[in-house]
Design a protein around this ligand. Structure first.
Ligand SMILES: Nc1nc2c(c(=O)[nH]1)N(C=O)[C@@H](CNc1ccc(C(=O)N[C@@H](CCC(=O)O)C(=O)O)cc1)CN2
Ligand SMILES: Nc1nc2c(ncn2[C@@H]2O[C@H](COP(=O)(O)OP(=O)(O)OP(=O)(O)O)[C@@H](O)[C@H]2O)c(=O)[nH]1
Length: 457
């Protein structure tokens, strides 16, 4: 066994609960727990058994417990692993941890159990990261993603890609071995075809990040519009509670407020913002600047207009300022309950065809379900192109690095660059893909990843 220390930690949350679980992993875990256990001799019980007894400090009973014994290598960490399931009193939990340390355990650092599962080769790095995602998941979409990644969906795809790249590399290297004889073993057009194939597989993964990130962190939605358009009312109606301050005085909303709702399992984070207009009020001016800033990071913008004070020129000017790539703007014509006829205005000509238009009343709850549906469908549409979804910035950066190196290979092959130089770029691409599953890693990277886990995980 590579990792000699036996580590222990509380696996359940701090504080009072019905039960608490303490996890112990390492070569000596059975022996150590056995030394504070009164009941069966744990050193002779079978793997994967649950054993009833008491945890004792010398003669003093600390708690009545159940102890699970898992013997290496078929365990979560691939090491001997013991779990003590006791009553969830903070005193009991602390006493047992103290005892374990006295008998030779060390307190585990954050993520150390999962890190051992990785270092012992039971799971790869992307699977370990998925464990953290799974614990953090709060809705169906992020949960589904984490489960599929934890079960190795992404890993097997990457392994296939690496095999294809290795085939390519070996063709090139073969040529290198004979370079003095000036022969070209590898048919360049065949190499190019292989390269294109791999790029063809990597691109959708890169593109899937927009969706993956939205699922993981929630979809940022900015509600933008002139003062009194009804932004706060809309937010409140969507959230179904009185979160933002609503008033008749234009410019009431001065700070940005964040709330989120779940639509069909996807989290949407709403940002209510100050009205867009030139302002003399210094505090409000900050709010307006913030509104535009928020709009820059939003995936969806709900541009709200009051049909009563509608000026299409201004609306168009605002929309032109807001539009950019990768943002979905929905034009919401608010206050429909007022029954104002806006048919046949300039709207039809200028804006209607460029943006989806929904006629709503924030106050009277008209068409808000339709609006939610529109937002949900937009996000769902982004998912369609890729089966495997990337939701991790580290993975995205590695994929981008791989892509860049592959593009260089391609250029090299096309311009007749020596195989030696092409092989260097190819190796870089391989390395980048290896980083994702942890075939290439270092202490800093591992510290970064596992340091964000809970203690005891
Ligand atoms: N009590 C308890 N519950 C728990 C965990 C745990 O460690 N302890 N888990 C911890 O996260 C999760 C379950 N995940 C696990 C993943 C792998 C193995 C494991 O032992 N794998 C071995 C052997 C599998 C087998 O017996 O067939 C292996 O893959 O080799 C155990 C739990 C959630 N519930
Ligand atoms: N009739 C009607 N009135 C509405 C509707 N939506 C909002 N209002 C009213 O419009 C006024 C302004 O609404 P707010 O939600 O405060 O507007 P806002 O865009 O957040 O305004 P600022 O905070 O000033 O930027 C309030 O009196 C609301 O009750 C609607 O659908 N119909």
């Amino acid at each position: 066994m590579m990792y000699q220390d036996t580590i222990c930690a509380l696996a359940t949350p701090q504080g009072i609960g019905a039960l608490g679980i303490i996890r112990v992993s390492g070569e000596k875990s059975v022996e150590i727990v056995n030394s504070i256990f009164k009941g069966k001799n744990l050193k002779v019980v079978q793997s994967h058994t649950l054993n009833y007894g008491y945890i004792v400090n010398e003669k003093e009973i600390i708690d009545e417990v159940m102890v699970s014994v898992f013997l290496a290598p078929r365990t979560f960490t691939s090491e001997n692993l013991v779990e003590i399931s006791c009553h969830g009193s903070s005193y009991i939990l602390q006493e047992i941890l103290n005892l374990l340390v006295k008998k030779g355990c060390r307190l585990a650092i954050a993520g150390e159990f999962t890190q051992r599962a990785f270092l012992n080769g039971r799971i790869d790095l992307s699977q370990a990261e998925a464990v953290a995602d799974l614990i953090a998941s709060e809705n169906k979409a992020s949960h589904d993603l984490a489960i599929s990644q934890m079960r190795g969906g992404f890993s097997s795809l990457l392994k296939e890609l690496r095999i294809e790249l290795l085939d390519l590399a070996s063709l090139l290297e073969l040529e290198l071995d004979f370079s003095e004889e000036d022969v070209e073993f590898a048919d360049r057009s065949q190499l190019l075809q292989l390269l294109n194939q791999i790029l063809y597989e990597i691109n959708p993964l890169i593109e899937s990040f927009t969706y993956g990130n939205a699922i993981k962190n929630g979809v940022p939605v900015a509600i933008i519009g002139k003062p009194n358009a009804g932004k706060s009312t809309l937010l409140n109606a969507l959230l179904n509670e009185d979160r933002a301050i609503v008033s008749d005085i234009a410019g009431t909303t001065r700070d940005t407020i964040e709330e989120s709702i779940n639509i069909n399992g996807i989290q949407f984070r709403f940002i209510d913002t100050a009205g867009l207009r030139e302002t003399q009020d210094a505090i409000e001016a900050v709010g307006v600047a913030k509104a535009l800033e928020k709009a820059d990071t939003a995936a969806i913008i709900l541009y709200l207009v009051d049909i009563e004070t509608l000026s299409w020129k201004e609306v168009e000017a605002d929309l032109n300022r807001l539009k950019r790539e990768n943002v979905f703007i929905i034009l919401c014509l608010n206050k429909q309950d007022k029954n104002i006829d806006i048919e046949n205005t300039e709207l039809s000509k200028s804006t209607e065809n460029k943006y989806p238009v929904i006629k709503i009343s924030a106050k009277e709850n008209i068409n808000l379900e339709l609006l939610k549906e529109e937002m949900y469908l937009y996000i769902e549409k982004q998912k369609a192109s890729s089966q495997t979804i990337v939701n991790n910035t580290r993975h995205l950066n590695a994929l981008l690095k791989a892509k860049e190196s592959l593009e260089l290979c391609k250029k090299g092959l096309q311009s007749g660059l020596s195989s030696e130089l092409v092989a260097i770029d190819l190796r870089r691409a391989l390395e980048a893909l290896g980083e994702i599953i942890g075939q290439v890693s270092n202490d800093e990277l591992l510290g970064n990843i596992f340091g964000k886990f809970c203690i005891g995980k």
